[in-house]
Structures are given as C-alpha cells and as structure tokens.
Design a protein around this ligand. Structure first.
Ligand SMILES: Cc1cc2nc3c(=O)[nH]c(=O)nc-3n(C[C@H](O)[C@H](O)[C@H](O)COP(=O)(O)OP(=O)(O)OC[C@H]3O[C@@H](n4cnc5c(N)ncnc54)[C@H](O)[C@@H]3O)c2cc1C
Length: 408
C-alpha cells in the first residue's frame, strides 16, 4: 500500500484544526504543531463571552460583512456555510441556538465542550498534536520547528500555516510569522487592531463605582454611524459589540483630528421632547440620580455617564438634560491596541496566493484563518471565515500532496 501523503499544520487554532481534520479525512497523515502548551487558546477565550460561532442572516448579507474581501471568501464560505457550521457543532454533540440579532451560539455558551469533542475526533482520525512546538523558519517549503530548544525540519508533502492574526498575543498568535514570510518575499498588509475597545479617561469615582457594569439598550454613534446594543465599562474605557463596530471609524478620526468622541443615546426608545416633558415633572425632594430614575427610568450607570460627560449636569434645565441623555458625549483617548483587540486586520494579501490559498512563491505552503488579509465585524464572522478558510486550505493541501492541482 502506498504511504499516506503527509500534511503538516502549524497553528492549532480553529483554522488549523479544521485544516487538519479536512486533510485527515482525505486520508493524509496529519501532524499539527502549536507553540503554546495547549491548543486553541484564543478560541477558548472567545468562549468566555459566549462563543458567537456564526450568524443566521441570509447568505449574501453574511458575505457582504467581509467588505472588500467578500468576493475572495465567497466560494470558501459557500463551501462551509453558516448552516454547515451549525451542523458541524451538532455533529460534535454541541447544539446551537440563534440569539437576539441573529447571532448563533452553542447552547452551553462556551468553547470548551466543543473543543474537547473536536480534539477527541481528530485523535480518532489519527491526527498527531504537538504542543510547545514553534515554527521558527523554513527549509524550502518545509517548516522548521523548535521544541524545548531542539530544532527539526518537519517532513511534509504540504504544509498549512494557520498561525492566527496579531491580537491578544499572549494567547499564542503573536504575528511573529510575518517576519518569516516577508523574508520569503510574501506580500503582506501591516497588522492593525480591529474590533477593539475604546480608552476613556474615567474619573476615579466613576471607575470605582461602575467598572464591570453594562450600559444596556443604548445607541452608540460616531461619524454618522450608529449601532445599538450593550457595552461594558472597563478599567480603561468601553468594550462590547457596538463599541467594536465603531472602533475603525473612531481610530480614523483620532488619526485625522487628534481627538474623537462617541455619543451615547441612553434612551433610544424615547424622543428628546418626550424626555424633556417627563424631566420637567421631577420632584425637588429626590436626589438627582433618583429623580432621573423615577422620571425616565435611567440606571445609575447611565446617570454616572451623564456626569462624566458634563460635570454640571445636575444644574441643567429639563430641555438641556434631555439633549444630554440623547447625546451623552465621551472623549476617546485612544482605541485599544493589538494586545486587547478582538481581531487584527492585515496579513497575507490575496495576490500572494492562488485559488487554493497556496503561496505562489512557495508551492506546497498554504495559508488559512486570520493570517489572511480579510477583516470582519464581530457577530460570528471571524470564526466562520477562519474555519471555512482552514477547511479550504486543508483540502487544497491534501490535493497538492497527491499531485493534484485544481487551483489557478
Ligand atoms: C477575547 C476574544 C473574543 C472573541 N470572540 C469571538 C466570537 O465570539 N466570535 C468570533 O467569530 N470570533 C471571536 N474572536 C476571534 C476568533 O477567536 C479568531 O478570529 C480566531 O480564533 C482565529 O482563528 P485562527 O485559527 O486563524 O487563529 P488563532 O485562533 O489565533 O490560532 C493560531 C494558533 O497559532 C499558534 N501559533 C502562532 N504562532 C506560532 C508559531 N510561530 N509556531 C507555532 N504555533 C504558532 C498560536 O499559538 C495559536 O494557537 C474573539 C477573539 C478574542 C481575542
């Protein structure tokens, strides 16, 4: 019997695990290497906020979320669609549900059961997982790795690189691979933080009282863009879906003008005039915060935000107060850097790759996941594209290893 083609996958995040599974199902002998002591740390971290695994909106609207990369990714997302993602989870014994705004989550709202079942299935497919094994160089197309100071070239007929982007480097994806690929003449777009929190210089009393608490059902605005949802007060500013969605625009304003502010509508379901009318009926004996709670149902966090926006807020008349509730302005000091961003934009450019995600300059070397130069908002799009591109690259690598070339 002819020996099985050998596939090396470097990076055991969701893209690498899917590449490994796909190649193993194509009857290849697969070895995955990861620099960290355990696999998929960012995936597990994503699980701490519920693991938004994909989105249920119609396919074309879904694909459009990838902006300029939509056409590039469309065939891969078609081949492993959001529906396939849900079936993939179900097959691993993890049910999913559609939450508010169409986002899809595993019923357990965490990543560990899914990862455990996935790793067990990979083991039954014969996939070998080597941890604490870092890619340090290449010998032609073959990866050179280092384990506990010992260097070795992995013998492989094809290799999939799934080393992640450059956000949250302490979870393993530190973007160190960029230098290795640049040295080989691969065209890369520089990394930029994407979907990141906003740094706000909270007053000490506000921080002490409200750190960790949510701003619920508000609408956040910047530069003509408006996003409704929930954000969380952190030590250094704000985190959460609506904030991530505005972060690129806020970063651009900071770059262009040197300062930026976001506006929060703390009562999006009430008009300014209705608010002013209710606020005019407040009773003098209540404290400021209590009077706002009773008149318009404002939470203590929201009242705190008003005070952060305008230190004289308690002296304002009902009309000015209503305006402030609708347009509570907060100065943004900075957007969070790569070390705290949910994802990174930039990476390997489309033109550096063929249709099978193989590097044109290095036959046999494939790239998948967040290493690629696409970007998307939060909402399940990041994991969907990471896993879909992992599957695509895994299949193309298996074909390459067998001497089949389907890509252009
Ligand atoms: C806090 C947080 C929450 C998130 N929540 C969500 C969410 O709810 N939904 C969603 O869609 N996305 C979410 N994401 C994004 C999502 O986790 C990533 O887009 C996804 O993990 C990228 O997958 P990947 O396999 O391409 O890379 P990664 O998951 O980053 O995996 C890359 C792997 O490569 C390894 N590696 C790197 N360099 C080397 C090297 N030189 N040698 C060997 N191994 C190496 C790393 O250790 C790592 O295991 C979240 C991210 C964060 C940080």
């Amino acid at each position: 019997m002819a020996p099985k083609p050998r596939i090396a996958v470097i990076g055991a995040g969701p893209a690498g695990l899917m590449a490994a599974e796909t190649a193993a199902r194509e009857n290849c002998a697969v070895t995955i290497c990861d620099a960290m002591p355990s696999p998929a740390r960012k995936f597990l971290m994503a699980g701490r906020s519920g693991l938004n695994i994909t989105h249920s909106e119609p396919f074309e609207r879904f694909v459009a979320r990838y902006g300029p990369a939509a056409d590039w990714l469309r065939p891969m997302l078609k081949s492993f669609s959001p529906t396939d993602m849900r079936e993939f989870c179900e097959a691993l014994g993890v049910g999913t549900f559609v939450g508010t705004s169409g986002r899809v989550f595993p019923t357990a709202m965490k990543a560990s059961p899914l990862l455990r079942a996935w790793l067990a299935r990979l083991a039954t497919l014969g996939v070998e997982l080597r941890t604490r094994t870092r890619l340090v160089d290449f010998d032609g197309g073959a990866p050179i790795v280092e384990t506990n100071g010992r260097r070795e070239t992995i013998a492989a007929d094809a290799t999939v690189l799934a080393l992640g982007g450059a956000s949250w480097p302490r979870l393993g994806s530190d973007g160190g691979w960029a230098r290795l690929l640049e040295q080989r003449g691969v065209a890369l777009a520089p990394f930029r933080p994407s979907n990141c929190g906003l740094d706000i210089a909270w007053s000490e009393p506000f921080r002490q009282k409200f750190e960790g608490l949510p701003i619920k059902t508000a609408r956040f605005r910047h530069a003509g863009k408006s996003v409704a949802g929930e954000a969380v007060i952190t030590r250094s500013g704000l985190e959460g879906g609506p904030v991530y969605a505005l972060s690129a625009e806020v970063a651009a304003t900071l770059r262009e003008k040197g300062s930026a502010a976001i506006m929060i509508d703390l009562k999006p379901d009430m008009s300014e005039s209705a608010l002013a009318a209710r606020l005019a009926q407040r009773r003098g004996k209540d404290s400021f915060a209590n009077s706002l709670r009773k008149a318009i149902g404002l939470s203590p966090v929201a009242v705190g935000l008003l005070r952060e926006s305008d230190t004289q807020v308690a002296t304002r008349d009902p009309a000015a107060l209503a305006t402030l509730v609708k347009t509570c302005a907060l100065s943004v000091v900075a957007t969070a850097g790569l070390e705290r961003a949910i994802s990174s934009a930039g990476g390997v450019l489309r033109e550096a790759l063929d249709d099978g995600l193989m590097l044109r300059k290095t036959p046999g070397l494939f790239v998948a996941g967040e290493m690629l130069d696409w970007d998307a908002p939060t909402g399940g799009y990041l994991l969907q594209a990471s896993i879909a591109t992992g599957r695509w690259a895994g299949a193309a690598a298996a074909n390459h290893a067998r001497g089949i070339n389907i890509a252009g």
